[in-house]
Design a binder for this molecule. Sequence first.
Ligand code: AMP
Length: 283
Amino acid sequence: MLVIKTSLELIKSIDAIKEQKQTIAFVATMGNLHKGHLNLVSLAHQRASIVIVSVFVNPLQFNQAEDLRKYPRTLENDIELCKKQNVDILFTPSVEDIYPDGEQKGRIEIPELATLSTILEGAFRPKHFSGVITVVKKFFDLVRPDVAVFGEKDFQQLLIIQKMVMLLNLPIRIISSPTIRESDGLAMSSRNSKLLPNERRLAVKLFDVVNSIREQIMSGNNNFTELSKVGLLTLSQSGFKPDYIAVRNSDDLRAALVENTTKRVILAAASLGNTRLIDNLRI
Ligand code: AMP
């Protein structure tokens, strides 16, 4: 496995790969790799001959300096995990490399993504998604992948990236991976490592609440507002500070209408102490 630290070096390697007519699958991460990320890597292996993973904690998508500072960074372990997963190239650029003119310069804003980027996560994390699409577009330009794999764990992000690829006519196929969970149901996340032991025991309640709403909808309860309200109350009473629970259409995240039978997704976000968790389940 090659560990490449600069975009210049990466471009040279990609040139050589392209010359050999090999196909590239790309997995973008912020590191602190877990089985959720590794599932993306296995899907990547099924789709192309070369697998490239990036580990880059993107300052542009954080809303709070403290959250960015405390984000878990475990590069040595990430390198070992990637080696075991037969990753071909691990790209670990510096912030200066990706944002040569300062990290607030060159932010990409796509007006057509405004609606999707300002609801749900976007309402609680202003500019988060423009930070995400900026770094993903930069990585797409550097890596030139045929395929890129993203997790359903970040459902809104997945839709936004799919839409960006469509709007900009990028020649990249976006593949999604189902959410990989701990044995109790908690969605795996780098942020879980920040949970205190008592918070970790409680954390699964977020999945339980979303799952219970899913079951109720599947057995015919279409009162989405009431279901969300009860879910929010349950979370508050369990010690969470909930941000939202919403039942939406899974293709555009508009409010799900009872009479409309398109596919739906339940999305939720809530904090436990200093750790903010998100989850979702499709119906
Ligand atoms: P992150 O490192 O959190 O930015 O995540 C990098 C990629 O891994 C994103 O596409 C996430 O959606 C995906 N991912 C993170 N956690 C999981 C999980 N538990 N299951 C599946 N994919 C995940």
